[in-house]
Design a protein around this ligand. Structure first.
Ligand code: NI
Length: 129
């Protein structure tokens, strides 16, 4: 028995904690909003991702919980809750989290999570709606 979907209130805020509670999968970005041709995504991660870069765009990471290390070729950036970092276009990076970590991503719609690298961790962002 599934509950009928509640109609979406036009002015409802997006509650990040509530949206994060709706999934458990790691390294699988979920779309929660859009602005112009950008997407706001949230993702839970644990362990090491894959080295990659994005040819055509910068990528914003905002940590919501846990601790995210973004490995870069010239050193690591370590982010805790409430801290953000923008990986510049073309810069190789590899996100790593020792504990389960949640962060928000902001980048143009359709940017693949593994960028240049491809491979088995490549996931299209799904909508939570
Ligand atoms: Ni990336």
């Amino acid at each position: 028995m599934t509950q009928p979907k509640a109609p979406k209130a036009p002015n409802a805020p997006i509650d990040l904690a509530r949206q994060l509670a709706r999934f458990d999968e790691h390294w699988a970005p979920k779309k929660i909003a859009g602005l112009n041709d950008y997407e706001v995504k949230i993702v839970k991660v644990k362990g090491e991702f894959v080295w990659h870069h994005h040819e055509d765009t910068d990528e914003l990471f905002l940590v919501l919980s846990g601790r995210l290390t973004i490995r870069l070729r010239d050193g690591d950036v370590v982010l805790g809750p409430g801290e953000l970092y923008v990986v510049p276009r073309g810069a190789e990076h590899c996100p790593v989290a020792e504990e389960e970590t949640a962060f928000l991503l902001l980048e143009p719609a359709g940017v693949p999570n593994t960028g240049s690298a491809g491979g088995p961790l490549t996931r299209a962002a799904e909508s939570l709606d």
